[in-house]
Design a protein around this ligand. Structure first.
Ligand code: 2HG
Ligand code: ZN
Length: 493
C-alpha cells in the first residue's frame, strides 16, 4: 500500500519497504521523521520545507475548496533532484503530488491525503528560445506569462494563454493539458508540445527535447503526459512550438438577443474569419458580478441576453492581406453581418482591448468573492449548447435551492465553465446533476481543468471500463509503485 491512502486531510503516512504496508492512521511522528530524512538525503536539505506557515500556500488550492496536509514540501532545483526524490519515494512507497503554480481548479495539485508535495517551481529557467526553429525549451516551473514574454522578446508568440498566466507554470499546463483563451486558433497545450523531459514513477528520466518537427520514432510521450495530471511522470522541461508574431489585433464585445444567437455568431465568425483567435460566451449575471466585484462600468448600453467576446488578429491596416484592412475593420464588417446583434464595442488599441477582455478574464476572481465555488468545465456540441445553458441553472436549483450558477466559457469549442456558489454541503450533488446533463448530451465532463480529485468518481460517465482498464495498465507500467498522484484521475478501486 502506498502511504497516502487514508481519508482526505490526513497527515503523511509512514515508511515501509513492502507493498501492502500499514494504513496511514498508524502514522507516528517517528515515521514522518523517517520520510523527512529520506527526502533530505535525496536533495539538498534546504529544498525540504516543513514550516507550517510556508506550507500553507502549497496545501490549499486557489478556490479554497481543496485543502490538504503534508509533512513536507520539496522544492528541487533541477531534474536530477526531482529524479532523486521520486526514486526515494518509489523505494519507500511514499506518495507524492507534483505541483506547479497551484492554480489548478480540480484539486489535482493538492495533497488531500497527506502526500508529499513536490513543487516544480524551482525549475524556472528559460533554457532556449530557438528563433530559427520557432521553438523554445523551458523548465517546468516557468510561468506561462514568462514564456510568452520570452517568445515576444524574440518576435514570436506562445499559443496558450490564460487568465492565471502569471502563476500557472508551463509544467502544470502540460499536466492538465490546459486550453485557455485561444484554443480556437492554436489548439490546447498538447498541440504545442514537441518534446518533454519527465521523471517516471521509478525515478528514471525520459528526455526528448530536440524539437524535430517531424519525428515518428515510436510512442509520442508528450501526448501521453499531457493531461496525465502527474499520474504517469513528473514533467521537468518541455520543448514547445512558438507562433508567428501577431502584427495587429482587435477585440469586440458583442451584446446579442439570445444564447442561440451567440452560439450561431461564434460559428459564423469561426468559419468566416481566418484570423479569429478567441470567442468567449458570457451571460448577464456574470457580467453584473464582474462589474460589481471589479468596479467596472457597463461594457455596452443596456443589458443583453448573451455576450460574445471575440478577438481577431491580422495584418496592421495598410499591410498586404485582407485588401489592406486591419483586424478592426474586418471585425466591424463581420459583426454587422451577424444575426441578433443588439450592441457592440470594438477596440484595437491595447488599453481598449484589455478593458474589454477584463469582463471575461475577471469572471474567476469575481465568482470567488461569492464564496467557495464548485467548478466544472464541460463541453457539449454547439447544437446542444443552448439547451444545456438553459437547463443547468434550473437543474442546480433543484438540488441546491440557495445556490447561484455562473456560466461562461470558450463557446467556439462548446466549452462551458459551470461555477456554482452557495452550494456548501451539496457540492457533489450539484456536480452529479450537471455531469449527467453533460453526459446525456454526449459531452465531456472535463475539458480544461482535468479530472483531479474532484471528478474521478464520474470518469465512467465518459470512459468505458475497457478504457479505464487500459489507463490503469499504462499507469502501472510508468509508475509501478503507484506513488505519483495516486488519488487523482482514475476512480478509486
Ligand atoms: C477560464 O477560462 C479558466 O477563465 C477558469 O478556465 C474558469 O474559473 C473558471 O471556472
Ligand atoms: Zn477556461
Amino acid at each position: 500500500m502506498v502511504h497516502d491512502t487514508g481519508p482526505p486531510d490526513r497527515h503523511i503516512g509512514g515508511v515501509s519497504g513492502k507493498r501492502g504496508g500499514r494504513p496511514i492512521e498508524e502514522e507516528t511522528p517517528t515515521m514522518s521523521n523517517q520520510v523527512l530524512t529520506i527526502l533530505r538525503d535525496a536533495v539538498d536539505a534546504t529544498c525540504v520545507l516543513t514550516d507550517p506557515d510556508v506550507m500553507t500556500g502549497y496545501v490549499r488550492d486557489w478556490t479554497g475548496r481543496f485543502v490538504g496536509r503534508t509533512a513536507a514540501v520539496v522544492r528541487p532545483a533541477n531534474t536530477a533532484q526531482v529524479a532523486a526524490v521520486v526514486q526515494a519515494c518509489a523505494q519507500h512507497e511514499v506518495a507524492l503530488v507534483p505541483q506547479g503554480g497551484n492554480t489548478g481548479l480540480a484539486g489535482g495539485g493538492v495533497p488531500t491525503r497527506g502526500e508529499i508535495l513536490l513543487s516544480l517551481r524551482g525549475l524556472s529557467d528559460i533554457l532556449q528560445v530557438d528563433v530559427a526553429a520557432g521553438q523554445a525549451t523551458v523548465g517546468a516551473g516557468v510561468p506561462v506569462g514568462v514564456l510568452r514574454e520570452a517568445a515576444s522578446a524574440a518576435g514570436l508568440g506562445y499559443g496558450v494563454d490564460l487568465a492565471s498566466r502569471d502563476s500557472a507554470t508551463v509544467g502544470g499546463t502540460v499536466a492538465t493539458n490546459a486550453g485557455g483563451l485561444r484554443v480556437l486558433r492554436y489548439g490546447d497545450t498538447r498541440a504545442q508540445l514537441l518534446g518533454v523531459e519527465a521523471v517516471l514513477g521509478d525515478g528514471s528520466v525520459v528526455s526528448h527535447l530536440a524539437g524535430l518537427a517531424r519525428d515518428n520514432t515510436g510512442y509520442h510521450l508528450p501526448s501521453l503526459l499531457a493531461g496525465s495530471e502527474g499520474t504517469l511522470g513528473v514533467v521537468t522541461a518541455v520543448r514547445v512550438r512558438l507562433t508567428p508574431a501577431t502584427r495587429a489585433r482587435a477585440v469586440g464585445l458583442i451584446g446579442l438577443a439570445s444564447v442561440p444567437d451567440a452560439v450561431a455568431a461564434a460559428s459564423l465568425l469561426r468559419n468566416g474569419l481566418p484570423g479569429l483567435a478567441a470567442a468567449e460566451l458570457m451571460l448577464p449575471p456574470g457580467i453584473d458580478l464582474v462589474m460589481r466585484a471589479c468596479r467596472l462600468s457597463p461594457p455596452l448600453r443596456g443589458t443583453h441576453a448573451a455576450y460574445l467576446l471575440v478577438e481577431v488578429t491580422g495584418d496592421a491596416p495598410g499591410e498586404d492581406g485582407a485588401g489592406g484592412n486591419g483586424p478592426l475593420d474586418i471585425l466591424a464588417d463581420a459583426v454587422a453581418g451577424l444575426p441578433g446583434v443588439a450592441d457592440a464595442s470594438l477596440a484595437d488599441d491595447r488599453p481598449g482591448r484589455e478593458a474589454l477582455w477584463a469582463y471575461r478574464e475577471r469572471h474567476t476572481e469575481s465568482i470567488n468573492t461569492c464564496g467557495t465555488p464548485v467548478k466544472m468545465d464541460v463541453t457539449v456540441t454547439p447544437d446542444a449548447l443552448p439547451s444545456f445553458v438553459e437547463a443547468v441553472p434550473a437543474a442546480v436549483r433543484a438540488v441546491a435551492p440557495e445556490a447561484s450558477t455562473w456560466l461562461f466559457g470558450h463557446v467556439a469549442e462548446g466549452n462551458v465553465h459551470v461555477n456554482v456558489t452557495g452550494a456548501a454541503g451539496v457540492g457533489e450533488r450539484v456536480e452529479d446533476t450537471v455531469f449527467r446533463l453533460v453526459a446525456e448530451r454526449g459531452g465531456s465532463i472535463s475539458t480544461e481543468h482535468g479530472i483531479g480529485t474532484a471528478k474521478r468518481r464520474w470518469l465512467p460517465l465518459n470512459r468505458s471500463p475497457a478504457e479505464i482498464a487500459a489507463f490503469r495498465r499504462i499507469k502501472q507500467a510508468l509508475d509501478p509503485a503507484g506513488i505519483l498522484n495516486p488519488n487523482v484521475l482514475l476512480p478509486a478501486l
